[in-house]
Design a protein around this ligand. Structure first.
Ligand code: SF4
Length: 898
């Protein structure tokens, strides 16, 4: 084992996506943290994407939740841990006593470490006696779990990252890996450079950044993936591209799956028509798949987040099984996980329909084994409520207490206003979090401070089943505690034994021992087995190297599964699953004519609790947006750059219209990140239809019928301020983190009678003697004001009836200055730097802060023709590579000088 620390650096794991990159963090004396990639970590070999690189900008204590609080007299007030836990436990106990264990619930998160997840699951399923514990991982990968269980008999990802290097064809389905899993995508970029024959096919209704690398992009109609893969299954069978020996020896169910596929998808022309792609493109894909033995099919949220998500997963797996493209180097279906520890959550059974250690809740023998192992007094006897059902049960009063841990369902759930209603009604809402103010914490009766990344210790599992340590390198702030410890203290207060863990290592040890418990062919065999990691003391746990499960005899890790052709169903065979195609649950109509698709942007993560703090990540996409086809915009009377209101039957939001160029007619795309803390009205979850996959319970985030209309405003503006402005009279705002200030993009529907008085109210300047510079062009309706304190800019506000506001970059740079010069003051009134500088435009390369205009000018004037030349000229693309697809697009779009 390597030492986990060298000198002052600590090896840990990134807080964000399921790639699970190793990070070296070095705390500095000034309180900042230097971040670099861990060259020894197999997931990234030293590389980090821009989000990982910016982790050091996210560790400040601004806005942190530091002390336990109880809601008293209408507000949250600081109390001791004893008081907070006593209140929570006594109320919880009273509800269980009066209404039974199913009247309480936990709603947890793929952000939790495995040790936290393990304790939460043990508490609910073994001690409280209810399986009402679900997780936000329900929202991103439960369809993959269900698909794996149906096909393999266990939730198993067959491949490892190294298989990508061995493949001759990579298919990415519903995965914008360039933005959502950048280090994995950069690996594919290098594979394509070194082995240009490797064919990359991207299946996605949008032309995303990932498509810039693709040899073939199939822009399928949203929701038609099952047609595509059923058609492929049918085609492979028809042309004899079958591995009869593999199918005969290792699978069941081909006939049923083929019959279902042939029913609608036997004719490629019919499939092409259903998917709304050209027959030529379809056949190019089918013929390439049939002709290539080593194919990896990576899939992600575009597949999982659907009312047919589980069938989509199985339709992909079917195509791998029929030709034996699984369990071999460079071949297999590959679920690319969204969250940093969704996989760890799956190992401990963090979903409401799972038991711990890959055992089943609806299997009596499994329940007995776990009960014995835990010495559990009251085992849950049936699956609990899945996320959507849970919040409906809370609203109806069936569930009366919920503990929300490390997640923000008022933003992230579908029909998110329903979640708000549910929490408003709930008798007891406990929330554990790292920040004070979130849309969900606003409803907490008990608010508990948890440790965050850099402060907590434990393990996470990435998309290739690799367990890595997250290590603490910062002191615990305030009175914050690790989640496993908060849960354990709560459990002990309820009178439960079995929660006296000596540390995170002791929790991991129990988890590892449970994975090996009765794990024998004649008892409860399953592939998930990390028993070889049991028995580590704190020092050994601290030094644990990244390791892939299952660990075979002698503790040997396993990179690739199913090489022996043995699956986890009782008969040892994999299953073909019949997947009759069906469209998304709600179709567009005259009232709601557009299909809403939701997803991530490159530089933000989830609800921005962490990434929203990093100025480096703020400029790539500063505001939420509605991306749509220009002709649809024309048809619906909205214009690029202007605000529009998007609404569905369930809710509404406001954002700026843009034409990214990758959207088909009839569809719109909105990012998931913005919330009540970062924008006035941009929670897209409020619009998403509350429809779920019938097997997995995963919501259909990728398809909601919506309509769009103008959001008329009388003025536009922005504020840059070192303090929070008063925005009650502003119709629309977005907050963007800067260095030493925050920027607020504003729009108003109100008439401003007295601009000066109004601006002073917004900026909170009530001192008549304040150093206040002001410019007002009454006839044009243009107003600017600057508040200066001790010769430094403290705040500024710019307003105009049009969108012709000045670039913000120069103004932002003034906040870094110790004193304003006379030229700066004159420039502030003029609305621009007097010595006119070059406007770099919106950030494309966040690592080096290179803007779009800078890159386009270099391409034009220096006659640049490749990404390498752009990097050599302006540095963009020279670090993490996340912006390379955008550079390619700019190279294609920019006309070079003659
Ligand atoms: S790809 Fe980026 S966000 Fe994902 S784990 Fe690696 S550094 Fe973190």
């Amino acid at each position: 084992m390597n030492l986990s620390q060298d000198h002052l650096s600590v090896k840990t794991t990134c807080a964000y996506c399921g790639v699970g990159c190793g990070v070296k963090a070095t705390p500095r004396a000034d309180g900042t943290v230097a971040i670099e990639g861990d060259a020894s970590h197999p997931a990234n070999l030293g590389r980090l994407c821009v989000k990982g690189s910016a982790l050091g900008e996210t560790v400040s204590l601004d806005g942190r939740l530091l002390y336990p609080q109880l809601r008293m007299d209408g507000g949250l007030q600081r109390v001791t841990w004893d008081a907070a836990l006593e209140h929570a436990a006594s109320r919880w106990q009273a509800i269980v006593a009066a209404h039974g264990p199913d009247a309480v619930a936990l709603y947890v998160s793929g952000q939790l470490l495995t040790e936290d997840y393990y304790v939460a699951n043990k508490l609910m399923k073994g001690y409280v006696g209810s399986a009402n514990i679900d997780t936000n991982s329900r929202l991103c990968m439960s369809s993959a779990v269900a698909g794996h269980k149906r096909a393999f008999g266990e939730d198993l990802v067959p491949v490892c990252y190294d298989d990508l290097e061995l493949a001759d064809m990579i298919v990415l389905v519903g995965s914008n890996a360039a933005w959502c899993h950048p280090i994995l995508f950069q690996r594919i970029v290098r594979i394509k450079e070194q082995r240009p024959h490797v064919k990359l096919v991207v299946v996605d209704p949008r032309r995303t950044a990932t498509c810039e690398l693709a040899d073939l992009h199939l822009p399928v109609k949203p929701g038609t993936d099952v047609w595509l893969f059923n058609g492929l299954l049918s085609y492979l069978a028809r042309i004899g591209a079958v591995d009869p020996a593999f199918v005969g020896a290792h699978t069941n169910g081909l006939d049923g799956a083929l019959a279902a596929a042939d029913a609608d998808c036997a004719e490629p022309a019919a499939v092409a028509a259903a998917c709304r792609i050209s027959l030529d493109a379809l056949m190019e894909f089918y013929e390439a798949f049939a002709a290539t033995a080593k194919v990896i099919t990576g899939f992600s949220m575009g597949v999982n987040q659907s009312s047919a998500g589980t069938d989509k997963v199985n339709s992909i797996i079917n195509c791998h099984l029929i030709g034996g493209r699984i369990g071999k180097p460079g071949a297999g279906p590959f679920s690319i996980t969204g969250q940093p520890n969704a996989m760890g959550g799956r190992e401990v059974g963090g979903l409401s329909n799972m038991l711990a250690a890959h055992l089943d809740l609806d299997n009596g023998a499994h329940r007995d084994a776990v009960q014995t192992f835990w010495s559990a007094p009251r085992m849950a006897e049936r699956p609990g409520l899945k996320a959507l059902d849970l919040f409906h049960a809370i609203e109806s009063g069936k569930v009366k207490a919920v503990w929300v841990i490390a997640t923000n369902p008022v933003v992230s759930m579908p029909d998110a206003d329903q979640v708000r209603r549910a929490l408003e009604k709930c008798e007891l809402v406990i929330a554990s979090d790292i920040v004070q103010d979130t849309d969900t914490n606003a409803y907490a009766h008990v608010l508990l401070p948890a440790l965050g990344w850099g402060e907590k210790d434990g393990t996470v599992t990435n998309s290739e089943r690799r367990i890595s340590r997250q290590r603490a390198f910062l002191p615990a702030p305030g009175e914050a505690l690790p989640d496993w410890q908060i849960l354990s203290r709560f459990a002990q207060r309820l009178g439960y034994a079995g929660f006296d863990f000596a540390g995170a290592h002791a929790v991991f040890d129990e988890h590892a021992r449970l994975s090996a418990h009765d794990n024998r062919v004649d008892a409860l065999p399953r592939q998930f087995d990390i028993g070889a990691l049991a028995g580590m003391d704190r020092a050994a746990y601290d030094a644990l190297d990244p390791v892939q499960w299952p660990l075979r005899a002698g503790g040997q890790p396993t990179a690739r599964l199913f090489e022996d052709g043995a699956y986890s169903h009782g008969d040892g065979r994999a299953r073909f699953i019949a997947t009759p195609p069906r469209l998304p649950a709600h179709q567009a109509d005259d009232e709601y004519p557009l299909a809403l698709n939701t997803g991530r942007v490159r530089d933000q993560w989830h609800t921005m609790t962490r990434t929203g703090r990093a100025p480096k990540l703020a400029d790539h996409v500063a505001e939420s947006f509605i991306d749509m086809h220009p002709q649809d915009a024309l048809l619906h009377g909205v214009r690029e750059g202007e605000l529009a209101r998007l609404s569905s039957k369930w809710g509404a939001m406001v954002a700026r219209v843009q034409h990214g160029g990758g959207i088909a007619r009839g569809a719109v795309f909105v990012p998931i990140h913005w919330n009540g803390q970062t924008a006035s009205d941009a929670r897209v979850g409020a619009l998403v239809n509350p429809v779920v996959d019938p097997v997995s319970g995963e919501p259909e985030f990728k398809h909601t019928p919506v309509r769009i209309e103008q959001f008329r405003v009388k003025w536009h503006g922005f504020v840059l301020s070192r303090t929070a402005p008063q925005l009650d009279s502003v119709a629309h705002w977005t907050r963007i983190q800067g260095r030493a200030f925050a920027r607020y993009e504003l729009a108003g529907r109100n008439d401003i009678a007295d601009y000066s008085a109004w601006a002073r109210t917004v900026l909170g300047v009530d001192d008549g003697d304040a150093d206040w510079l002001e410019y007002f062009d009454r006839s044009a309706g243009v107003y600017r004001a600057v508040h200066v304190v001790d010769d430094r800019i403290a705040q500024c506000i710019f307003l105009s009836p049009r969108l012709d506001l000045p670039p913000r970059a120069w103004l932002a740079s003034l906040f870094a200055q110790d004193a304003l010069s006379d030229a700066d003051r004159a420039g502030l009134l003029a609305g621009r730097a007097l010595a006119q500088g070059f406007d770099a435009g919106p950030t494309v390369c966040s690592c080096f802060g290179v803007g779009r205009n800078t890159i386009c000018a270099a391409i034009r004037e220096q006659k640049l023709g490749s990404v390498a030349e752009v990097t050599a000229c302006v540095k963009a693309g020279g670090n993490c590579g996340s912006c390379v697809p955008e550079l390619k697009k700019l190279l294609a779009e920019t006309v070079v000088a003659a």
